[in-house]
Design a protein around this ligand. Sequence first.
Ligand SMILES: [Zn+2]
Length: 661
Amino acid sequence: MSKTRRHLIALAPAITLALGTSMAHGQIAPKAPEPATLKANADLAKTLPFANREDFDDAMRGFIGTTPDALVPGAGPRPVWTMKPYDFLKKNEAADSVNPSLWRQAQLNAIHGLFKVTERVYQVRGFDISNMTIIEGDTSLIIVDTLLASEAARAALELYYQHRPKKPVGTVIYSHSHADHFGGVKGVTSEADVAAGKVQVLAPTGFMEAVAGETVISGTATSRRAQYQFGPQLPPGPRGHVDTGLGKKIALGTVTLIAPTSTIDKTMEKRVIDGVEIVFQLAPGSEAPSEMLMYFPQFRVLDMAEDVTHNMHNLYTIRGSEVRDGNLWSRYISEALEAFGDKSDVIIAQHHWPVAGQARVVSLLKKQRDMYKFINDQSLRLLNQGYLPGEIAETLHMPASLEQEWSTRGYYGTLRHNARAVYQKYLGWYDANPADLDPLPPVENARKTVDYMGGADAVIDRARGDFAKGEYRWVASAMNQVVFADPNNRAARELGADALEQLGFQAEAGTWRNAYLVGAMELRNGVPKIPGNNTANAETLKALNTEMFFDYLGVRLNATKAEGKTMVINWSFTDSKQQFVLNLENSALTYVKGRQAANADAAVTLARDTLDAVTLQRTTFPDAMKAGLIKIDGDPRKLDELLSMLDTFKVMFEVVEPKPK
Ligand SMILES: [Zn+2]
């Protein structure tokens, strides 16, 4: 790993957004649940085993203590974390504007504190969307996952120290490459202590590449879409934000990263860390591209990272991601069951609560194994019979034996979008119907459709009737057409928002509820006038290796501006000793590593640190040249010309309405 990549980076993850919680003045408030919503929620409540309170016992087992509301103050007026706005969930009866099953999960996710799992194994839960697991070594602490925000991680460790001996942190383990598992690392250790060798940082193989890939190359789009998945701008409340399914919400603090000092490269690798034996089972391509599970033989504890939690997880996340392999995911659980099932008294994960008792551990593993296998195989069975994604989503139902299990309910992923994900993985976006091969783009399609339907007024009129009948899925879809035909049609925007809102009130998945309610909010009030945090930022760019950096330049190249241009630039990095030829022709930017071209228009010699300084806007190319940090041979204007052809991405693009012309 290069020196550059070892640098500490402050990373704004796909799931971080600095947005106000309160509604701005003049915004349209949420409405009440409609009769059809009340009925749907009441009907669902009758089908589920609410009398089974085992999860609440499990979630409270080993409770040691907590701080009021788990409050973690921030630098500004807005706290990094607080459970206070979720006090409304203390009412045992679900609010009529919340799916009762989601309400129950939201109550479980509101429990916070320090918990003893077993001798020498502790967890802090409810201080961020994820858990911090703390293992007591002979002389130091081993911390598995450091939450999303460093302020939250610091508070979690302080809570632990209030109740347990103050052993220093000696090891940090990242279970996987998602920011809610590493972002708080600076809250429990420092770059200096890691550099000095006082603290080691362990991660699964491919960790840094996975972090960079997910947060930069398509990072601007996922940053915007994550606002829909997590809903941080929704005010907490029965008609607003309730939960994410996987945890209460995302902390709004400082996201950091210290690159691993060592990676686990072989599955079932065994290490002894400060007297603690750990068996690492690699699980790449399951919930994250780089992920590992951990077994602690001395404590008979199995940590399933994020592969076995108390909900159905995502084969595809609606914030946007590469599709995950349900078959592989199931196989890893099966492997863990075979290897550790009969030797585990407790199962923990990096979200949700533990389950104690060997038979119960096995039972949970089996159900989760079968859930992912079921989704994968049954979706494939139906697609092989020619069913289309939407038909598969509509047709599939979990078997009754899993349907009645709280731990397999779709609070984060859903059967419907996961079934579509399997189709996408194997067959892609095209459904093989040539009518769908090259349809008109959304705006033209919407204009024609609305016109054929007799014009906007006629469509809205009929849709009002369907709204009254509770046909919200159709009304949302029809109003989407009218809005795309004419985004200034106020009546269509409001009726569309009303339909999305009712869908949100009915949704069992926290993620779907958030998406619907954010959509409603934006139809009513427009795209929020905020910059929106972008994970593809100067700090994450700094973490990229130079190949990935050039790849990202290629993604930013504006083809129109590059039309007809050709350019060859030699790059030579004085610190990493790497050389590249960057080539522009046919509006495509490519590179070759380890070479310099004889016919280059310009040759740039600089340190990667200098390139990072320019990226971080601490300096500019001209200033760096004046300071002697960059040497350019040949035509210096070529570099300016290249930079002038690059687009800068903005997070807050339109989602529920067309882009302005
Ligand atoms: Zn997570």
